[in-house]
Design a protein around this ligand. Structure first.
Ligand SMILES: *[C@@H]1O[C@H](CO)[C@@H](O)[C@H](O)[C@H]1NC(C)=O
Ligand SMILES: *[C@@H]1O[C@H](CO)[C@@H](O)[C@H](O)[C@H]1NC(C)=O
Ligand SMILES: *[C@@H]1O[C@H](CO)[C@@H](O)[C@H](O)[C@H]1NC(C)=O
Length: 234
C-alpha cells in the first residue's frame, strides 16, 4: 500500500505596503545589497527564483539545487535557505519575483513585488563665510561688496548650484567655477558677488539639472548692515 503524504509548506515572505493587496512586497535601496526571503519550513531540495509577471514567461535568475548555488551568474545569488541575494541593487531590479520551492513531494511557489528606492546622492553644501555651518548671519562692510562662495562636495554629475534672494533666483553676479575632482569626489562651487549695501536672506541650493529636482539641502546666509536690529524669521 502506498502512503500518500500531504506536505504542507508555508512560504512566508517579507511584506510591507503594496499596490497589489494580494502580493507581498519589499522596498530595497538602489546601490545597496538586498536579501529577499523565501522562507519555507522543512528541508528542500531546491529553490528557484524567477523574475517576471507570470511563471510561464518569466526568467530564471538564480537557484540553489541540492546544496549548490546555480543558475545564471550575475548580480543575483540564491542561498542555502532560499534567500535571494542581490549584490548591488539597480533600478532595473524593480518588479515581480517568483520563488519556487521544490522537494520530493512538493512543488510550490510564492510571489513578491520588489520596489527600488532610487538613491539620493549624499553631498555636503556650505558657504565659505559661514565656516562650515549650514546657516549664519554676517555683518557686511557697508561700502564694500561681499563675495559669497557656495560649495557642494560629493556632487552628482548633473548637480548645479543656484542662489536665491528670498524666494527669487539670482541670475546676475554669479560665477560658477568648473567642477574639480578631488579623488572620487566632485566639487562644484558658485560665487555670488553682492553689491555694497545689499542685504537680505540669501540661500544656496543644489539642483539636479536632469530631474529638475531641488534637493532638500540648502545653505543660508543672512546679510546685515551693522548697527541694525533684525527680527529673525523662523
Ligand atoms: C507573459 O504572459 C502574459 C499572459 O499570460 C502576457 O500578458 C504578458 O505580456 C507576457 N509577458 C511577456 C514579457 O512576454
Ligand atoms: C538565510 O541566509 C542568509 C545568508 O545566506 C541570511 O542572511 C538570512 O538571515 C537567512 N534567513 C533565514 C530565515 O535563516
Ligand atoms: C534681495 O532683494 C531685496 C528686495 O526684494 C533687495 O532689497 C536686496 O538688495 C536683495 N539682496 C541681494 C543681495 O540681492
Amino acid at each position: 500500500m502506498d502512503t500518500i503524504w500531504i506536505v504542507v509548506i508555508f512560504i512566508s515572505l517579507y511584506s510591507s505596503n503594496s499596490a497589489h493587496p494580494s502580493v507581498p512586497s519589499i522596498v530595497v535601496h538602489e546601490g545597496q545589497s538586498a536579501e529577499i526571503s523565501c522562507l519555507a519550513k522543512g528541508n528542500h531540495d531546491a529553490y528557484f527564483w524567477w523574475k517576471g509577471e507570470y511563471l510561464h514567461n518569466s526568467t530564471e535568475i538564480a537557484s540553489f539545487v541540492r546544496g549548490t548555488p546555480s543558475g545564471p551568474s550575475g548580480s543575483y545569488k540564491a542561498t542555502e535557505n532560499g534567500t535571494l541575494f542581490i549584490k548591488k541593487v539597480s533600478l532595473n531590479d524593480e518588479g515581480k519575483y517568483i520563488c519556487r520551492v521544490l522537494s520530493e513531494l512538493s512543488d510550490c511557489n510564492g510571489e513578491i513585488l520588489v520596489y527600488v528606492k532610487a538613491s539620493i546622492p549624499d553631498f555636503a553644501l556650505d558657504i565659505d563665510l559661514c565656516d562650515g555651518d549650514a546657516s549664519c548671519v554676517i555683518q557686511i562692510t557697508p561700502s564694500k561688496s561681499t563675495m559669497l562662495t557656495c560649495q557642494a562636495t560629493d556632487a552628482s554629475p548633473s548637480m548645479e548650484l543656484k542662489w536665491f534672494n528670498g524666494s527669487s533666483e539670482i541670475t546676475e553676479g554669479i560665477e560658477s567655477e568648473s567642477p574639480v575632482m578631488t579623488g572620487t569626489s566632485r566639487v562644484i562651487s558658485a560665487t555670488l558677488n553682492v553689491a555694497p549695501e545689499c542685504t537680505g536672506s540669501l540661500i544656496c541650493q543644489a539642483v539636479d539639472t536632469k530631474t529638475k529636482d531641488v534637493s532638500g539641502k540648502f545653505a543660508h546666509v543672512q546679510l546685515q548692515l551693522p548697527g541694525y536690529f533684525f527680527l529673525l524669521k523662523v
